[in-house]
Ligand binder design. Structure first.
Ligand code: KET
Length: 451
């Protein structure tokens, strides 16, 4: 075990905790560092890898679906795994407004590739906070919001999680059952301990509202609660506004800290404002909250890795100190965020004309997904597929949580080359009028032959 590194005078209790954590992480391997280097040396001189005994890790449950899809030579294969928008022709889409913004950036000789500040592009941060909290948000007007540009939604969750693990008195985060598969991993590695609250009721294929309220009601005071701002992944089931309000009242009465994950703003209803209502309701009561935003889906900037973390505080001086500490989380993690994606977003958000063009393109994506729901549901009705499939229409956002079990999913992949996550989730954004009949045939065969 590596001895604990002596800390410089003036080190905080957090520094000490991290140092202890680092030495524990070291000690979890079975050899001390001296032994390790001698084994590595002899391994190299023998021509045997120092990592000869490393275990093969499983593929990611979501991104691994694309890996399997890419290996399949079948011409009829369909990828409904990852939540990524495809056109009616099955192609990835770069929005026109994004192309236009990129052209402007390229043509502007004053643009340079210098490092951004640790917190990212200032304009981008301001505009992102406005987008999620609302242009007239009192929290923004009162300077109570600390916003930092992060590596898309995932990076925003990770930075927020690590900030909480360092500075918040409660280290337990409650996440919905089920939730996006990466949530428990992100928060555990950030240093939080993860617990679940009931969210989805398979019997009704709807919200388990009673279970949700009961579980949050018995959470320890101050616990962190992860909430999907809209278009819950994977279930496609959101609380109504009235239910949101009841959740808010319960959480505020118990001092539970809301951490919103907003990965689909605009994708649920087609309206950026309607999809942010849950978050804005929690801001309107003057309380504190975290919001992680992603531009992967709503601007189609998946691979640009552009997102933001906003922490709404009670007072401007608190927000200022919070921001100073966020910098200490970010600097040793990746130093500062990439410039290109954030510049695209800022260019679009600050220009009225481009903003409007974006909302039209976003609505078109949301509408195409909604029309796929109708087509799939009609196709199953025409086939007389056993079961109630009304949830296909009722669910919202990118996904349908079909209710198909793991064996049925495996059957559809093997016999019909349809790729989806094993929990029965299909990305409606990956479907087209051309592929709906094939999917309907596959679902029909799965439910009639695999019981
Ligand atoms: N939150 C949720 C709820 C979410 O579904 C995703 C991505 C993210 C955050 C992270 O997105 P980012 O690209 O970091 O901004 N979900 C899709 C892709 C993935 O799994 O990475 C998905 O569920 O298919």
């Amino acid at each position: 075990m590596r001895p604990q590194v002596p800390l410089p005078p003036g080190s905080s209790s957090t520094d000490r905790r991290l140092s202890v954590l680092a030495s524990h992480l070291d000690s979890s391997s079975s050899m001390d560092s001296q032994n390790q280097s001698s084994v590595a040396l002899s391994a190299t001189s023998n021509g045997v890898s120092a990592f000869a005994n490393i275990a093969q890790a499983p593929e990611d449950p979501i991104l691994g679906v694309t890996v399997a899809y890419n290996k399949d030579p079948s011409p009829i294969k369909v990828n409904l795994g990852v939540g990524a928008y495809r056109t009616e022709e099955g192609k990835p889409l770069v929005l026109n407004v994004v192309r236009r913004a990129e052209q402007l950036l390229i043509n502007d000789p004053s643009r340079v590739k210098e490092y951004l500040p640790i917190t990212g592009l200032a304009d981008f941060n301001k505009l992102s906070a406005k987008l999620i909290l609302g242009a007239d948000s009192p929290a923004i007007q009162e300077n109570r919001v600390a916003t930092v540009q992060c590596l898309s939604g995932t990076g925003s969750l990770r930075v927020g999680g690590e900030f909480l693990a360092r500075h918040y008195h409660q280290r337990t985060i409650y996440i919905p059952q089920p939730t996006w598969g990466n949530h428990p991993k992100v928060f555990t590695l950030a240093g939080l301990s993860v617990k679940y609250y009931r969210y989805y009721d398979p019997a009704t294929r709807g919200l388990h509202f009673h279970g949700l309220m009961e579980d949050l009601g018995s959470a320890p005071s101050g616990a962190i609660v992860l909430l999907h701002a809209c278009a819950h992944n994977p279930t496609g089931v959101d609380p109504t506004l009235d239910q949101w309000n009841q959740i808010r009242q319960l959480m505020r009465s118990k001092g539970l800290l809301p951490f919103f994950d907003s990965a689909y703003q605009g994708f649920a209803s087609g309206s950026l404002d309607a999809d942010a209502e849950s978050v804005r309701m929690f801001v309107a009561d003057g309380g504190e909250l975290f919001a992680a935003q992603s531009y992967a889906k709503n601007m189609g900037l998946y691979g640009e890795r552009v997102g933001a973390l906003s922490i709404v505080c009670k007072a401007a001086d608190v927000a200022k100190r919070v921001e100073s500490q966020l910098k200490l989380v970010i600097r040793p993690m990746y130093s500062n965020p990439p410039i290109h994606g954030a510049s695209i977003v800022a260019t679009i958000l600050k220009d009225r004309d481009m903003y409007n063009e974006w909302t039209i393109e976003l609505k078109a994506m949301a509408d195409r997904i909604i029309s796929m729901r109708k087509e799939l549901s009609d196709a199953l009705r025409v086939r007389g597929t056993p079961g109630d499939w009304s949830h296909i229409i009722k669910q919202i956002g990118m996904f349908t949580f079909t209710g198909l079990n793991q064996e049925q999913v495996a059957f559809m992949t093997k016999e019909y080359h349809i790729y989806m996550t094993s929990d029965g989730r299909i990305s409606m954004a990956g479907l087209s009028s051309r592929t709906v009949p094939h999917l309907a045939d596959a679902i029909h065969a799965a439910v009639t032959t695999v019981v």
